[in-house]
Design a protein. Structure first.
Length: 457
């Protein structure tokens, strides 16, 4: 069993689950394929699935995440965590009213890929799927933020939008509980980083159950908060579930948090470390912090006032009465929608206007040598991905900030993330719509000689 999996911020990886050469410690019959060091178990596919589902069931029951009368909405992203969550919840609670939510964020080449995956999954599980099309409903897409000051914080804007939309969707379909796929590694990693920043408020929000701020809002639950990240992935592979296979262009160049890496290091000598930290935080630190906060509020008589956002009506505690999503969207609308893709005609008119245009061929050197747009430089995507910051700096130094960089590949899929990264780096990056194929179709010039090849930035 193998799966090509791509996680935001990491190069695609192939995950393989294969026999360990020993029998399963549960059934003692089948060959074990997964070792869980913290539990001192080696499990076969079936026993691992049972183990996983049992933990989800126990967690839901222990923390009273939902009851038989609740309508539970699972926020699907198409990534391994939410996919494993939906499947496991369906197995653990076959009679529960469960629905799935997906937000089409309009992220180029990515959102549509994920939509296909979540459709396939929900079809297979017989779960009703509600899709919220951001463009259709609100007139903008996440990519539009690339032209605002948030271009270097795309994931944070995206997270704010997603949270607001999920709450809105829950209201629309009458879901009383909203389940998300946060796993153990996310939870403990975020906890540690908040701890070092002294941000105890964020730590207390990492609890597995968050009651609604105002009545009528869904309760938020995290049934996988004590499931190690890798196990979500194994679960998806073993059960052959449809899952994301390419990564978000905005995660390009992002890296796994240093705290998560630190934890993985610590885990090598202490397989229990993540569970231990989770328990200290939730059982000791959070209750202590909440008590102090309560006392403080009583002493100063300053209570966090939650009101309805003047624009969208969702709860907010911001002093001006406009929630953080609506504030960001307002800024976006002021800017007017600029786009990251550009057609061959538009490139030509830019050149006619006298703009300095530099074509950046992101394909392999051999493809570039064979055929390219005249004057293009070759910056293979892998190379760029590997040392993005340096590449952007070099381009800026060599061509100047006013230059328009038009990235292209065969059809536009590979060049888009590079254009996005150039934008984030403060350069005017565009991706050529339809790539070199469409360029040629529209009568654009290409050169094919081997002579005078310039590679690199
Ligand atoms: Fe995920 Fe960030 Fe892409 Fe949003 S923008 S889908 S948070 S990687
Ligand atoms: Zn709002």
């Amino acid at each position: 069993m193998a799966l090509r999996y791509s996680k935001c911020g990491l190069p695609a990886m192939t995950v393989e689950v294969k026999g360990l050469g020993v029998r399963c410690s549960e059934c003692k019959r089948e060959e074990a394929v997964i070792e869980l060091k913290y539990a001192r178990k080696k499990l076969c596919p079936k026993c691992f699935t049972d183990f996983f589902v049992r933990r989800v069931k126990r967690t839901v029951e222990k923390y009273r995440m939902f009851g038989p009368k609740d309508r539970v909405a699972v926020a699907l992203s198409g990534g391994k965590d939410s996919v494993a969550l939906l499947d496991a919840l369906k197995r653990a609670f076959p009679d529960q009213d469960i629905v799935a939510f997906y937000i089409d964020l309009g992220i180029h080449h990515y959102s549509s890929h994920l939509k296909e995956k979540v459709k396939a999954l929900t079809d297979r599980l017989g779960v009703p799927l509600y899709i919220y099309d951001l463009k259709e409903r609100e007139g903008y897409v996440i990519d539009d933020f690339l032209t605002t000051k948030f271009r270097s914080k795309m994931c944070s804007v995206c997270g704010i939008v997603k949270r607001a939309v999920f709450t809105q969707m829950a209201k629309e379909v009458g879901a009383t509980v909203m389940a998300t796929g946060h796993n153990l590694d996310d939870t403990v990693g975020t906890m540690l980083s908040a701890f070092f920043a002294g941000d105890f408020e964020s730590i207390s929000r990492l609890r597995p159950v968050l009651k609604p701020l105002v009545p009528g809002q869904p309760k938020k639950v995290k049934p996988l908060f004590n499931t190690p990240e890798m196990e979500d992935l194994y679960y998806v592979v073993i059960n052959d579930l449809p899952v994301q296979e390419c990564h978000c262009p905005h995660s390009f160049g992002a890296s796994v948090s240093k705290y998560k890496r630190m934890l993985d290091e610590m885990e090598k000598s202490n397989p229990n470390v993540k569970f231990q930290l989770l328990s200290v935080f939730l059982k000791k630190l959070v209750p202590m912090y909440e008590k102090v906060k309560e006392m403080e509020e009583e002493r100063t008589q300053v209570f966090l006032e939650v009101k309805e956002c003047k624009v969208c009506g969702l709860p907010t505690s911001s002093p001006d009465g406009i929630c953080s999503r609506c504030r960001r969207v307002a800024m976006l609308k002021e800017r007017g929608g600029q786009k990251v893709e550009i057609s061959a005609e538009e490139v030509r008119s830019l050149m006619e206007e006298g703009k300095r245009v530099v074509f950046v061929d992101v394909r392999s050197p051999s493809a570039y040598r064979m055929e390219r747009i005249p004057g293009a430089i070759n910056v293979p995507k892998e190379e760029f991905e590997f040392n993005q910051r340096k590449a952007i700096k070099k381009l800026r130094r060599k061509y100047g900030k006013g230059t328009v960089f038009v990235t292209y590949c065969y059809a536009g899929r590979e060049s888009y993330p590079v254009a996005v990264a150039l934008r984030r780096g403060g350069l005017k990056g565009y991706s050529l719509l339809g790539g070199i194929s469409e360029w040629k179709e529209k009568g654009g010039e290409v050169e094919t000689s081997d002579a005078e090849v310039k590679t690199g930035t």
